[in-house]
Every structure is written in C-alpha cells, then in structure tokens.
Write a protein that binds this ligand. Structure first.
Ligand SMILES: Cc1cc2nc3c(=O)[nH]c(=O)nc-3n(C[C@H](O)[C@H](O)[C@H](O)COP(=O)(O)OP(=O)(O)OC[C@H]3O[C@@H](n4cnc5c(N)ncnc54)[C@H](O)[C@@H]3O)c2cc1C
Length: 379
C-alpha cells in the first residue's frame, strides 16, 4: 500500500493549487504552505495566455463544473495580430524581430485569455482549509520514513511522504535539491504590470509598444465596456529602469508612479493608461529565466521534487510559463493517482519527462524575449 503521509506542497500559486485539486479528487492527503499572509496579499494583475498545455491540464484535473466556472471569466484570444505604435509619435510602427511578422504567438486556436487573479481564485476555491498562510519555506530535511519542510519562523511541518516545491523562481527547495544547479537567471529586463479601465485605451484603437515598451492585450470589442479593467505590461530592456537598490519587487503606488515617470514624454494618447491605472494593482518585477540551454540534471531525491517556476521559470515572452507549470501539476497528480500516493521512482519518472518539455519551452521563450527586449547577458 502506498505511503499515506501527506504530500507537502510549498507555494499556493497556480501549479500548487492545481496539484491540490488533483490530490483532493483522488483522496490523497496533502498540505499546502504559502509565504503570503492571505490570498489577497499581493497584486496578481497580469493577463495570462493559456494554450493547449494549460487547457489540457486544467481539463484533466478540474471537474466540468469547475472548468466551466473558470471559463466564464476568460476571453477567447484572437483578433488581427499585434499592432505596434511608436511611443513618442503615437503613429504605427513596424513589427520587431520575434513578433512573427505582426501575428502574435498563439493567436487563434484553442487559447484562453485569463487574468492571473481570476485563475488563482478559481483554483483556490475548495482549497481554503488546506492552506497554511504565512509559512515561508526555507529548506527541508529527509529521513528514511519521509520529509519535513522547514519555515522561516523556525517551525517545521509534520512528516510528509513527498515534498513538492512550487514556490517560484527564488525557491529554497530548488537550491537545496539541485545544489544550486537549477536557478533563475536575471535577464536584466524589468517589467511593471498594471490594470487600467478600458476607456483609457480608446485613443489607441484595438491593438504594442527596444528600450521601453508597453504591451496591451486590447482586442476587438474589449473597449466597449469602459469600466472593465484591462491589463498591460510595461517592459524595459536591460539598464532601462530599476527600483532603488535593485530591489526584487515593488507593489502598488511605487510601481504605478514609476510607470508614469518613465512615460512622461510619450505621446499623449498613452497617458490615460498610466494616469487612470488602478495603483493598487501595479507591480514591478524583474524578468527571470531558467538557463536557455536546458534544465540541468541533479541527483534525484525520491522524496523531493520541484515544479513550475521553481524549476523552469520562463520569460513572459511566448506565454508558456503558466502552461508548463499547470502541465507539471497535472502530470505529478496523475502519477500519484496511479500509485495511490507516493512511491519510489515517481520523482525520477516525472523529472525525466518534464525536463524535455520544460527545456523546449524555456529555450523558445528566452529566444523570443532576447530578440524583443535586447537581452544579451544572464546574471
Ligand atoms: C508579466 C507576466 C506575464 C506572463 N504571462 C504569461 C502568459 O501569458 N502565459 C503563461 O503561460 N505564463 C505567463 N507568465 C508566467 C506565469 O505567470 C508563471 O510561469 C506561473 O505563474 C508559474 O506558476 P507557479 O505555480 O510555478 O508559480 P506561482 O503561480 O508564481 O506561485 C508561486 C507561489 O509560491 C509562493 N511562494 C514564494 N516563495 C515561497 C516560499 N519561500 N515559501 C512558500 N511559498 C512561497 C508565492 O507567494 C506564490 O503563491 C507570465 C509572467 C509574468 C511575470
């Protein structure tokens, strides 16, 4: 009989929560630990493009009713492709390398546009009682009988049969498991993502922005309801902007004000987007990537593995990070379901297959980003 100690999941983000759904449906006990104090602790602003990998994973794990509920808050992507406008003149500008001759990656086909906040909220529903908040994972200990997670507050979890790190690019679990072989590299590019009511985009028409650029997801029809908030991502090539002391994150007004300062000399038709944004939703991020040469091998531990951005963070270009994170979660859930819980060999089976599809996606995303945002070095 499979080990019935709980599966320990570090990180209640997209992949952690989808895995929780999968385990719950198979009656496999689990515990989730999250660094944040609550679901609402941080702006979750940006829009995600979920394509076949992500859709297949969601459909595999969620019930039909749960998937339909999720779908109600999504938009079908499509439309006329990418349109570039020059930031200073406001006039149409030619497409850049990596933009596929004016057609965005994945436009059309089976693709969902979804705000990260809505997707996380849907995945959170039903898991409320399983999550322990304010539990920042800092490492783990393995014994013959199981694994325990250690937290920044000095406490540790009860013993689990398997630990899965799903806690993003700075994961302490990744560092310990892979002895530093897997890590996120700083591309030097910086981003602010924000949300602004649709009416503020009307001066631009239905349609993207070297050194500083603004990417919106405005599609035909989406400007009709002026109150709906549409997401945007403002990207700076390496060296273009940063937070004081090169801080990792900046959320809320600090990020909103930075976006206004950086675009003060842009054409006036862009100003409403920055002036009318919802300041609380603005967030500054560094652009990270796993190494584009592929996910390295590490000495397998049958009791510990990693998924999502903690293993293979991708740049936002190409829209694949969440897709492969969800794919990992569905895959691990399937393997655990087939065995009725943890078994020897499960983590190596998962890692072998994941390394192949994740490496392909990281490479594609990095190549797209390096062309679009002039990335030359990784740190
Ligand atoms: C601007 C932008 C646009 C993007 N667009 C797309 C897109 O269109 N399509 C796409 O597929 N992907 C996109 N991505 C990538 C996607 O958001 C990520 O790949 C995805 O969220 C990864 O999911 P995850 O479960 O690995 O991590 P997350 O969803 O980030 O969850 C990690 C969780 O772990 C928690 N955590 C962190 N540290 C600890 C700790 N020490 N202990 C405990 N908990 C911790 C965090 O608070 C968080 O809740 C985009 C990313 C950005 C930044």
């Amino acid at each position: 009989m499979a080990d019935q100690k709980p599966i320990l999941i570090s990180g209640a983000g997209l992949s952690g929560l989808l895995l929780a759904h999968s385990l719950k449906s198979k009656n496999i006990p689990f515990l989730i630990f999250e660094r944040d104090e609550s679901i609402a602790a941080r702006a979750q602003g940006y829009r995600l493009r979920i394509s076949s990998d992500g859709i297949n994973a969601l459909k595999e794990v969620l019930t039909e009713a749960e998937y339909n509920h999720l779908q109600q808050g999504t938009s079908q992507t499509g439309g006329g492709g990418i349109h570039n406008l020059d930031a200073v003149s406001g006039e149409p500008a030619p497409s850049k390398p990596g933009e596929g001759g004016g057609k965005g990656p994945g436009l059309g086909g089976d693709v969902l546009g979804v705000s990260r906040g809505w997707l996380r909220q849907c995945l959170f529903e039903g898991q409320e009682d399983a999550i322990q908040w304010d539990k920042k994972a800092v490492g783990y200990s393995v014994s013959n009988s199981g694994v325990k997670l250690k937290f920044a507050d000095g406490s540790e979890s009860s013993e689990g049969s398997l630990l899965i790190g799903a806690d993003g690019p700075q994961s302490a679990i990744t560092k310990q498991l892979t002895d530093g072989k897997v890590r996120a590299y700083d591309t030097g590019a910086r981003m602010i993502h924000g949300q602004t009511p649709a009416r503020a985009y009307r001066g631009l028409g239905d349609g993207d922005g070297g050194t500083l650029g603004l990417i919106t997801n405005v599609r035909p029809g989406s400007l009709e309801d002026g109150d709906v908030e549409l997401g945007w991502v403002f990207v700076g090539s390496p060296g273009a902007f940063a937070l004081p002391e090169d801080q990792l994150y900046g959320v809320g007004k600090v990020a909103a004000d930075l976006s206004r300062r950086l675009t003060a000399n842009w054409h006036e038709k862009f100003h409403p987007i920055f002036e009318q944004q919802n300041d609380a939703e603005a967030a500054f991020l560094k652009m990270w990537t796993a190494h584009p040469d592929g996910i390295p091998e590490w000495s397998n531990d049958p009791r510990v593995t990693i998924m999502g951005d903690s293993c293979h963070t991708t740049t936002p270009a190409g829209g694949v990070g969440a897709n492969i994170a969800l794919r990992d979660a569905a895959f691990i859930g399937r393997l655990l379901g087939q065995a009725g819980g943890w078994r020897e060999g499960l983590t190596s089976e998962y890692e072998k297959e994941m390394r192949v599809y994740a490496s392909e996606n990281v490479k594609m995303s990095f190549e797209t980003a390096s062309q679009r945002f002039n990335i030359t070095d990784l740190k």
